[in-house]
Structures are given as C-alpha cells and as structure tokens.
Design a protein around this ligand. Structure first.
Ligand SMILES: [Zn+2]
Length: 381
C-alpha cells in the first residue's frame, strides 16, 4: 500500500463517526474505526483480533499484538467520541481541517490522534526483533458505559505489563484520578389525605432524615480521606436531584434522591455503597416504609498507579514532567485491575475535548511519536 501520512490516517479516523452515548438517539457503532485500525495494523505485521462485546451488538474492541512474553507494552485508546453539535462548529466536525497550526475535527484530541501517532511511531519498529510484546488496544464506549474496557477485564487474559492510555493530557503523565458513582435513594411510603397523618407514611419526612444522614456521611468521608495531589483534595458528594410527592394536601408517598460521589484512590465503590446502606438501614430502622439504594450506573473506580512503577518512571523521565492527578475518569482503573501498570499520557488537551471546534496542536505530534518510540525501545526491544 502507498504510505499514508499521519494526516491521512487521522483524517480517515475522524471521518468514521463513532459517537457513543447513553442516549440511544445519538449512539452509533464504532465498526468503521475498528475496521480501519484492523486493516492498518494487519498490514504492519500485527496479529489482530476484533472482539465483540456481550450485550452491545454494534460495538467492538480491537487487540493488535506483535511479539511474545508476559511483560511488554500496551498502547491503548478509545475509538468513540462524545456527541457533537455540528451547528456550533466552524468547519465540518467529521472532516479533518488544518489551520493555525492545529488539526480540527471530532476526536482530533480525544483521542483518535493517538492511533495515528502509534501507526507513525511503529512503522520502523523491527517487529521480528521484539523481546517483549507490543500490544495495541482500541476500545468501545469509553465516553458512555465503558463496556469496552469492562469486557476486556472479563477475558481474564494477560495483555501486558506496562500500559499507556493516550488520552489528551498535554503530554503530561497522569497516574491518579478520582472515581465516580451516581446513586439513587428511593423511599416508598404511603400516600393519604393530609388532614390525618395516620392515614399514610410520609416519604418526604423520611427523606429529611436521609438527607441529614448523607450530609453527615459526606463530612465524615471528607475528614477520613485526603489526597493533596488533587485540586479538590477530598472526596466529593453532590446532591444533584430530588423529586417527591404531588400535592400540598396529600401525604407524600414517594421520594427519590440522586447524588454523585467522587472517591479518591483507595476508596472502593463497593465498600462505600455497603457503608451507606448500613447507615440508611439504621437511620430508617423505625420507619414503616421501604427504601432502596441503587446505582444509576455502574460507576468508574478511582485510579492509582504507584509512583515507582517502571512505566511511571519512564514516562516522567521522557516527558520531563512529574506525574499528577486529573479530574476526569478513564479506563485506567480497569487496565490496572488486569495486572497492568497504567499511565495516562497523550497529545492534545482535555480543555478542547468535548467542545465544538475540538483541535489538536500540531506541535504535540512529534513529541508523542518520540515518546512511543522510546517506550518501545525500553520495554520491548
Ligand atoms: Zn477520551
């Protein structure tokens, strides 16, 4: 095949729309992106596998690998983008446009460019000489359900030891982020005429107790956990939605509260949910009603890769930047749970991600290529 430039590669990836969204009206398949990547990595001499994702018939992951062994380097990215509003763009979001030293396009920073950079970086790598494997992973639905990364963990397969996820971090290494969960507390009391309280059980009265308990729990969590690597150094819990009742003269039969919780590394979502459940049981013990605590979605665990991990050390040294923490979630915790040590580091900035006129500064490209080539030399050759 004639050699494609990085611009050609990125242009094709951007042109292959791959929105993922929990709103079915927006959601699309990522098939076209996966097919491009499969054919390119196949042509470069990689073994490629396209993996289906149980329960998501139009979504696919790709694993492309070269070399054998238990250690090795994993380069990973997500194939999807968030939904976009074409009217707010100054150029076609699905057409790569170069202007003012930038590539504009949907996914130019977050994060289709990372695959274009990988392809550019590995063209000259002698795959037959790899002493440890080089594995490329492309996932589905990072922007919505993370079903791609989650289904990789279900493979129970060792994919590598050292991993980079090329999310846009301005080429600065990140080894920590908070987790996120969204929870719903639903109280079912019994409605009745307001003139006689004994005719019902008021769910709003009970929610008053619950709100007090949740706010108390929040302040205890914030006393217990601190991490100065984060701009907001404590776990947050935001009361975001409440709905209950219908009329002033009716005993409120039902009330629902939703909140989000952003735990620091070291706080497990399961144990937090368990702790809250226990507190609610105690607080609503005497009330003649039923209640449920349910996740609004599965949640993303917090991430922490040790500072002394070889990949953290290597990326810090090669970028000249100290590894830090960010305020957004990634697939990193799922990769870490598969036995990888993962650093988030890639071209582009999170500030341009998820925005109209998303762009990638061209000056990030060569440093990103250099970083990948150096990591391959260090971990695979
Ligand atoms: Zn991203």
């Amino acid at each position: 095949m004639t050699r494609m430039t990085l611009q050609d590669t990125l242009s094709r990836l951007i042109n292959a729309a791959s929105v993922s969204s929990v709103n079915p009206a927006w959601d699309m398949s990522n098939r076209e992106v996966i097919e491009h990547l499969e054919s390119w990595f196949d042509a470069l001499g990689f073994r490629t596998e396209v993996l289906t994702i149980p329960g998501h018939p139009d979504k696919f992951n790709l694993i492309a690998s070269a070399g054998q062994g238990n250690e090795g380097l994993v380069l990973s990215g997500h194939t999807d983008t968030v939904p976009f509003d074409e009217a707010k763009w100054h150029s076609d979001p699905l057409k790569l446009q170069e202007r003012d030293g930038r590539f504009y396009g949907m996914g130019s920073a977050d994060m289709k460019v990372f695959f274009a950079v990988i392809i550019e970086a590995i063209r000259e790598v002698p795959l037959q000489q790899l002493k440890q494997p080089l594995v490329i992973i492309a996932t589905a639905d990072e922007e919505s359900t993370m079903c791609g990364a989650k289904s990789l963990t279900d493979l129970h397969r060792r994919l590598g030891r050292h991993a980079i996820i090329g999310e846009p971090t301005d080429m600065k290494p990140v080894r920590q982020h908070k987790g996120i969960s969204m929870e719903s507390i639903r109280i079912n009391g019994r409605s009745g005429h307001s003139s006689d309280p004994s005719l019902g059980v008021n769910a709003l009265d009970a929610m008053y107790q619950v709100l007090g308990e949740v706010i108390q729990w929040r302040s205890e969590l914030q006393q217990r956990y601190r991490n100065q690597a984060f701009k907001v150094a404590f776990p947050t819990l935001n009361l975001g939605h409440i709905h209950g009742g219908d009329n002033p003269n009716r005993i409120c039969g039902q009330c629902e509260l939703q909140f989000d919780l952003r735990p620091l590394p070291g706080m497990s979502l399961d144990s937090l949910r368990g702790e809250l459940r226990q507190r609610l049981s105690k607080c609503l013990h005497d009330a003649d009603l039923n209640w449920e605590l349910t996740p609004v979605f599965d949640g993303i665990p917090a991430m922490e890769t040790p500072r002394d991990a070889a990949i953290v050390q290597a990326v810090e040294q090669l970028t000249g930047a100290e590894s830090g923490a960010v305020a957004f979630g990634t697939e990193g915790p799922f990769f870490n749970s598969m036995g990888m040590q993962t650093v988030i580091c890639g071209p582009g900035s999170i500030e341009q991600a998820h925005q109209p006129d998303e762009y990638l500064p061209l000056k990030h490209i060569q440093p990103a290529i250099n970083l990948i080539q150096s990591l391959i030399r260090q971990f695979c050759l």
